[in-house]
Design a protein around this ligand. Structure first.
Ligand SMILES: Nc1nc2c(ncn2[C@@H]2O[C@H](COP(=O)(O)OP(=O)(O)OP(=O)(O)O)[C@@H](O)[C@H]2O)c(=O)[nH]1
Ligand SMILES: [Mg+2]
Length: 379
């Protein structure tokens, strides 16, 4: 694992320029994102943030991953305070108040703090609850976050973009099978893409959809997510119901892959965040020029100031590319590795089924198999 110093050094210049621009123009969005990059360089654990609409099944999904029903699950809008879950040898919980107070509580009493019913509009002033869970032993470098549900596109933009999205390393976007990919979900996917390249879409409650329609439903979500938000990542069906252990295992396998390649994931995340920050800073600067052109005097002042910023940004971009390239190479190596493993499994399966299938064939194909099924060249 890289030390904070190793990750920080090459970023200082870029972040310094962007922070300067953000401060000068009062761009809090950029300031938050610069702060998030700074946090990433000092905290090596990856934040897997579970996001989605009200009642999509976010808390249920996390309970099934940790193997304990500690997060309150309700049929009415429930979670109102985020809960951060990480590996710990013993199940325990801590409540952090906005005042700075910290207190240990029973992990079975989280409903008193994180639910709308017991803590309406967060009158108890809780910033977050932290849970140590032995069920996360397989993911010591991941920190999971259960977030309050989103009710509208507006809320997605307002609350999340400033508070949670900048901290997301991996976004698990939960979409309910009974309300697949609403406008708010598409908006969320678009916003998430600004902050991380690591996104998983999970179609929850798949047990509520008849078996023959499940594949179509996932294909629909995939199509809509691509058309509406340019999303091309995995779409995983999910259910917390007992017969669907194989679907839960698939999600765990995806998370295990992130855990195993934590360094590459973190490098790609840092490169992505920096590159997007550079792009957005350029856009803000261009807008600032356009706005200032309405006022000749301020335009002259601003132009002089912006010329200095612009002179520094090309160097910033080059540095960002330097960061992206090694990360991309590392990821490529990982993908080739995975493909080779899957190819070996697939080849074994094809060779195993071939004799039975070949009996049904006619003509030249059949003659080739009969000659030597194992050395026949199928290419
Ligand atoms: N049938 C079925 N119901 C589920 C599944 N997952 C969650 N539910 C139900 O969906 C409802 C909402 O689940 P929660 O886990 O509280 O959803 P949430 O997204 O955390 O909700 P908020 O915190 O209010 O946004 C509850 O009644 C759950 O029992 C599932 O896989 N299958
Ligand atoms: Mg919840």
């Amino acid at each position: 694992m890289s030390t904070p110093g190793e990750r920080q050094a090459p970023l200082d210049d870029r972040l310094g320029v962007i922070e300067h621009v953000a401060h000068r123009f009062g761009l809090t969005d950029l300031s938050n994102r610069v702060a998030a990059v700074g946090t990433q360089t000092s905290d090596s654990r990856l934040a897997v943030v579970v996001l989605g609409a009200f009642k999509a099944g976010k808390s249920s999904l996390l309970n099934s991953i940790i193997g304990d029903d500690v997060l309150p699950v309700r049929a009415i809008p429930s979670t109102c305070v985020p809960t951060v879950l990480q590996f710990g040898e013993h199940l325990s919980a801590t409540v952090r108040s906005t005042s700075g107070a910290v207190s240990s509580v029973s992990p079975w009493a989280l409903a008193d703090f994180v639910t709308e019913g017991a803590n309406p509009d967060n009158i108890k002033g809780i910033e977050r609850v932290e849970v140590n869970a032995p069920g996360l032993a397989a993911f010591p470098n991941l920190v999971f976050v259960d977030t309050p549900g989103l009710s509208s596109v507006h809320e997605t933009s307002a609350a999340l973009s400033t508070r949670w999205l900048p901290r997301v390393a991996v976004a698990v976007v939960v979409v309910s099978a009974v309300q697949p990919l609403s406008a708010a979900d598409r908006d969320l996917l678009q916003q998430v893409a600004v902050h991380t390249p690591h996104v998983l879409v999970v179609v929850s409650k798949i047990d509520l959809v008849a078996e023959p329609e499940r594949a179509d439903l996932c294909a629909y979500v995939r199509r809509e997510a691509q058309a509406g938000a340019g999303y091309t990542g995995p779409v995983l069906a999910y259910s917390t119901a007992p017969p669907y252990g194989h679907l839960r295992a698939r999600l765990r396998a995806q998370l295990a892959r992130l855990q195993a390649h934590e360094r590459e994931v973190a490098a790609a995340l840092l490169a992505h965040r920096t590159e997007r920050l550079v792009q957005d800073t350029r856009t803000y600067l261009a807008l600032a020029i356009a706005a200032a052109e309405a006022d000749a005097e301020s335009a002259t002042r601003l132009r002089t100031a912006l010329a200095a910023e612009r002179a520094r940004l090309p160097a910033t971009r080059t540095q960002a590319h330097r960061l992206v390239r090694p990360a991309a190479q590392q990821l490529q190596a990982v993908l080739v590795d995975q493909l080779q493993t899957e190819l070996a499994t697939l080849s074994a399966e094809v060779l195993c089924r071939l004799p039975d299938q070949a009996r049904l064939w006619r003509g030249s194909c059949r003659r080739r198999v009969e000659t030597d099924p194992l050395t026949t060249d199928w290419g």
